[in-house]
Design a protein around this ligand. Sequence first.
Ligand SMILES: Nc1ncnc2c1ncn2[C@@H]1O[C@H](COP(=O)(O)OP(=O)(O)OP(=O)(O)O)[C@@H](O)[C@H]1O
Ligand SMILES: [Mg+2]
Length: 237
Amino acid sequence: MSLHLTDITLTYPDGDSRLTALDRVTLHVPRGCLTAVIGPSGSGKSSLLAVAATLVTPDSGTVSVAGTDTSGMSRGDLADLRRHRIGIVFQQANLLPSLTAVEQLQVMAHIDGRRPSTVRGRAMDLLDAVGLAHLADRRPQQLSGGQRQRVGIARALMNDPGVLLVDEPTSALDHERGAAVLDLLARLTHERATATVLVTHDQALLSVADHVAEVHDGRLGRSAPARSAPDRSAPAR
Ligand SMILES: Nc1ncnc2c1ncn2[C@@H]1O[C@H](COP(=O)(O)OP(=O)(O)OP(=O)(O)O)[C@@H](O)[C@H]1O
Ligand SMILES: [Mg+2]
């Protein structure tokens, strides 16, 4: 599943005028590709992710998920799209304090109208994929910052999204743990063939990205291949 943002402009009210947070941004993320978006604070990175997640409607431009233009979709259809096709990992993992790691994942099925008990196996498989199966019964305060981030990533994958959007997943982590989280995201992107957009301002972590896009004052700069392209020979989904 691919993600296409085409000619996106987004403004916010700013006193008597408007602030341009995104200025004619075009970004294409193929399936199986990890694109890193870097840029200084206030440059528009989180705004870009909010538009890609269909949480914010741009002033102009289109967002397409798996070739489907989202501009004409109703709020209900957009909510469905987010539930089934888009995984979002916020800067803070936003885990529910009273739930164990595996329950954080199971609750995603509940939101989707399925019984959490029917998806425990899948939740455990995903915790295993992020290296946390042995901590499945711990609550957030019994986990480290990096472990919480990994629970957040596993949770975002629970409904098998084709698009994965990740905002500053390493900001609370030291370099080593940040690098481990990014390696994990790169592996999951290639294994699950997600179109992944990762926002970061940590240049040191960019080596895992397939493409790097720079954003300055709402404008996207050159998009350079950071390393060899991933294998996209698997059948389209
Ligand atoms: N809801 C809002 N209303 C008005 N202005 C906003 C709003 N959200 C963001 N902005 C402004 O839009 C610009 C882009 O903000 P954005 O959050 O996208 O930046 P960012 O690149 O994610 O920054 P950071 O690295 O600090 O998270 C900033 O100038 C910010 O002040
Ligand atoms: Mg931000």
